[in-house]
Design a protein. Structure first.
Length: 167
């Protein structure tokens, strides 16, 4: 395991696998005690993430097809749907011109209805690129939109509060 301190990193902590090594990125000003705490937290997160890798990219693409049929009349046809590990501030992203959807690996540990909402949200972007009224009308048919959005807002707020402050 390797801990890398960065003067540019102010509040966030992240970790990833680099071959056989685990790299934990922390702010340079973090104390040794905070470092130990965050290394433990991040190692557990990575381990949990690896245990939950039950839904691979192939299954994710199949789920996208099911959701498109059920909620979008089968109109959304992504060329690719995959998990990515480089989205730590977004839950998902879509490039309509390429038909590609990427979901943050952080969703893998969340309830199915939350993953489905984010996937459906990105599928809707294949039909309507922006977040205007037409876009939100597409999501009206998904019964757990508001609940999933609330869940994600709660996770975002909890993460914001658990990151060491700059004070």
């Amino acid at each position: 395991m390797e801990v890398r301190r960065s003067a540019r990193r102010r509040r966030t902590v992240s970790a990833y696998r680099e071959g056989d090594r685990t790299v934990v990125l922390i702010p340079a000003r973090m104390s040794a005690k905070e470092e130990r705490k965050w290394v433990g937290v991040m190692l557990e997160k990575l381990a949990a993430q690896e245990r939950r890798s039950q839904l691979g990219d192939t299954e994710l693409a199949e789920r996208a097809e099911q959701l498109s049929r059920r909620y979008l009349d089968g109109r959304a046809h992504p060329r690719s749907v995959r998990w990515v590990t480089n989205q730590n501030t977004r839950w998902g992203s879509c490039t309509p011109s390429e038909g590609t959807i990427r979901l943050s690996h952080r969703l893998q540990s969340m309830p199915e209805y939350v993953r489905d909402y984010v996937l459906l949200h990105e599928l809707a972007h294949l039909l309507v690129p922006g977040h205007g009224p037409d876009f939100w009308r597409l999501l009206d048919s998904y019964p757990r939109t508001e609940r999933a959005r609330g869940f994600l807002e709660g996770v975002t707020e909890a993460e914001r509060r658990s990151v060491p402050s700059e004070d």
